[in-house]
Unconditional design. Structure first.
Length: 337
């Protein structure tokens, strides 16, 4: 069952006796849990019938005792186990799962992990519970997901702004939605969100951010690249070297994929690269500036820079040297052709 279907059923008051939420993406689990915690019982019913437990602090006996109790002045009792992945006796809930109470809703939030489907515990859950696997989105899905989120809030955003925001914030959906919510507080309803809004409200500098850096590197604009690198070293908290290097690696890896698969269609390339078709023209232009051997050298340099930025290697404390090596590699100044 999809996330949207789970939320729809909850809002329609179609309840299951057991919900098991697991997977790598905590955001969707948190949203389902918040919906249950906030809307299943009214405020008067919650006092006696809604129990919040934490996996590391409880054992199976506590959970079963709570779930077997009858509700007071309510038709339903709600028991939520948060951080269930830390509960050592989780599988001891098996007897309850086999015969759950008809007047209780047991919600198990098993974060950052997937349930081993080969176990008896998992098989009983499949029979008796609503099992929801919360999967991380792929990088090429983030922008479209953010756009839908914004549209559902009653606002509009143009594609370049959406791509910039998703690239800058990344795949952390909790952080992404938090930044979007803060952004919308400062946007007039009915006006389309633009790149300038993202730069101003979320703090992406127009002239000295990692996106501009990767652009000028691909254009082989030595002077502008050197200026941005200097800005990064002077503002390390706003532009951590390890983050900048990681972004550059992802960027040049996409250029490498485009160059390596030059014979396939743009549509197929877009899927392979994880890039919205809107930006294919930019990547094609960048790919035209490099050969496969040059890109191999750049990727090798970026891998070394990543290690240095994490404290591994002789240049670990010299951010200027790290950026100098990257610029030289991208300009093709030290490559033997």
């Amino acid at each position: 069952m999809s996330f949207d279907q789970v939320i729809k059923e909850l809002k329609s008051k179609k309840y299951q006796p057991i919900y098991f939420l697991h997977g790598d993406e905590p955001y969707f689990m948190d949203q389902i849990c918040d919906c249950i915690e906030g809307h299943i019982l009214n405020e008067g019913e919650k006092a006696f019938n809604q129990i919040i437990l934490y996996g590391k602090d409880i054992d199976s006996r506590v959970v079963i005792d709570e779930a077997r109790q009858f509700p007071m002045m309510s038709n339903l009792r709600v028991i939520i186990i948060k951080e269930a992945q830390d509960m050592k006796s989780l599988t001891d809930l098996l007897p309850y799962l086999e015969k759950p109470s008809a007047t209780s809703m047991l919600v198990i939030c098993y974060k950052y992990k997937k349930l081993d489907k080969r176990t008896k515990f998992a098989k009983i859950l499949d029979e008796k519970a609503l099992v929801f696997e919360s999967k991380k989105l792929y990088d090429n899905q983030i922008a479209d997901w953010a756009k839908r989120y914004i549209l559902e809030k009653g606002y509009a955003i143009d594609q370049p702004a959406c791509e910039l925001m998703s690239e800058y914030i990344g795949a952390d959906l909790s952080r992404l939605t938090n930044e979007i919510d803060k952004l919308l507080l400062n946007i007039t309803a009915g006006r389309q969100i633009t790149v300038d809004d993202i730069r101003e409200q979320i703090g992406v500098s127009k002239d000295f951010d990692v996106f501009e850096f990767q652009k000028v590197l691909a254009e082989k604009n030595f002077v502008k690249a050197a200026l941005i690198a200097k800005y990064f070293t002077q503002n390390p908290s706003a532009n951590p070297t390890v983050v900048v290097v990681g972004s550059l690696f992802n960027y040049f890896n996409k250029i490498y994929i485009m160059k390596f698969h030059a014979s396939v269609s743009d549509q197929e390339l877009s899927k392979l690269m994880g890039v919205n078709p809107f930006f294919m023209k930019e990547y094609k232009k960048a790919a035209g500036n490099y050969s496969i051997s040059q890109l191999n050298y750049i990727m090798k340099t970026l891998k070394k820079a990543d290690l240095n930025s994490k404290g591994v290697g002789s240049r670990s404390s010299d951010e200027n040297a790290i950026f100098k090596d990257i610029i030289i590699a991208c300009m093709g100044l030290s490559l033997q052709k």
